[in-house]
Design a protein around this ligand. Structure first.
Ligand code: G3I
Length: 375
């Protein structure tokens, strides 16, 4: 019996002895994954970008490649704003928002909705409404309609955007003047009812300013005290190479985290251009005349500004890494420099350099400076 088994087993191995095939399995080396922002900061926070129309409708293929490679969260720069998604009462236009959500799902990204209740880029029928019951109904139908359509698909919403003045008082928007401050709580309550699983945020610029920070804290405490869900705060982060002071940014991170909120940097960019009016933030109604003095880098960024930009981004990210247990997301407001709103604000048609990718979609020294922090 034993000898039969030996003969049988050696027969089994015969083909191997006479075969010309290699006996060891061929090992195919995986190509090393290209370094990216999303993988470098994977243990710290999500890294994202705002997408413009060209990216969402698929025409900007170079931008889309960067989006998929570098970012694990996306925000729609304009297409979900009220004037675009519900331009007239009860007339929703889902063309672009459906594409946006499908794009994020295809790339397995954390999908942000921006922005439900905002005084700017409002549809004219809302802007003009002075009857409180009607305006209240508009808000309710807007939030139910938009959040409801993407329930379980959009992960988080900027529910209220820019409700505060820089001194911490409430902005005299149509919402505040017609409904009083309860529109804030009510908006969060409606969003929570429309999708109980989605994260809900308050989003604003200049939230590092001590007076505005204190106003935001007062406002958020009231929402929390009413038992209404609010999960996080978005500090927009439209900064320059010299301001704000990072000590103020740090104080704000700590103060918001103290409220139990997730802290996010939601619209990050750093302007390279002069701003003699000392404008800070993102008040879109402010616009001024262009001149060569105001537009010094049309032929390219100077070496010294390139260095200043890299250092500023590096210092900012050092601070974010220091508070990585409080910060859940950092989103750039655009993908490459030519696509930034800062080419048109506060002066139209300038050449600005606020992001991490240049006009040819190449990584800038500021990109390398940020990545170097994770080596
Ligand atoms: O789509 C029209 C186009 O049809 C028209 O030909 C063209 C002529 O100017 O305008 C186009 O619309 C512009 C739109 O961006 C799309 O490019 C608007 O004029 C322009 O005002 C609008 O600016 C946007 C701005 O919000 C408006 O409030 C910026 O792209 C967008 O980056 C900016 O984003 C805001 C955040 O949502 C909230 N926080 C501040 C941030 C910066 O302002």
């Amino acid at each position: 019996m034993k000898s039969i088994l030996i003969v049988l087993s050696s027969l089994l191995f015969l083909p191997l002895l006479f075969s010309c095939e290699p006996t060891a399995p061929e090992v195919v080396a995986e190509p090393p994954a290209e370094p990216s922002l999303k993988s470098a900061f994977i243990d710290d926070f999500m890294v994202g970008a705002a997408l413009n129309n060209g990216q969402i409708n698929g025409t900007d293929t170079a931008g889309l490649r960067i989006m998929a490679r570098e970012f694990n969260t996306i925000t729609p720069e304009n297409i979900m704003k009220w004037e675009n998604i519900q331009p007239a009462a009860d007339q929703f236009d889902w063309t672009m928002s459906d594409k946006y959500v499908a794009l994020g799902e295809k790339n397995d990204q954390f999908i942000i909705g921006h922005a439900l209740v905002w005084h700017s880029q409002l549809a004219p029928y809302v802007e003009a409404e002075q009857d409180s019951a009607t305006l209240q109904r508009f808000i309710s139908e807007h939030i139910k309609g938009v959040v409801g359509r993407y329930k379980g698909r959009i992960d988080a919403w900027d529910v209220v955007n820019e409700a505060l003045n820089d001194d911490g008082t409430l902005r005299e928007s149509v919402f505040y003047t017609t409904l009083g401050e309860d529109y804030l709580r009510e908006s969060f309550s409606l969003a929570a009812a429309a999708d109980p699983e989605a994260e809900l945020y308050y989003n604003d610029y200049n939230l590092w300013m001590p007076a505005k920070r204190d106003g935001a804290i007062r406002m958020i405490k009231k929402i929390q005290a009413s038992g209404t869900k609010i999960d996080g705060i978005g500090m927009q982060a439209h900064y320059s190479t010299v301001g704000p002071d990072l000590a103020d940014v740090e104080a704000a991170i700590l103060a918001y985290a103290e409220l139990g909120l997730k802290v996010m940097f939601t619209e990050m960019d750093i302007t390279a251009l002069p701003n003699p009016w000392d404008l800070q933030g993102a008040e879109v109604s402010q616009n001024f005349e262009n001149s060569p003095f105001m537009d010094p880098f049309t032929a390219g960024l100077s070496d010294s500004m390139q260095v200043a930009m890299s250092e500023r981004y590096s210092n900012l990210f050092k601070l974010l890494l220091k508070h990585r247990n409080k910060i859940t997301r950092v989103t750039f407001w655009g993908i490459n420099d030519s696509q930034s709103w800062l080419n048109d604000w506060p002066i139209k048609g300038r050449t600005n350099y606020p992001l991490l990718f240049d006009r040819d979609f190449k990584k800038k020294p500021a990109y390398d400076a940020v990545m170097k922090l994770k080596e």
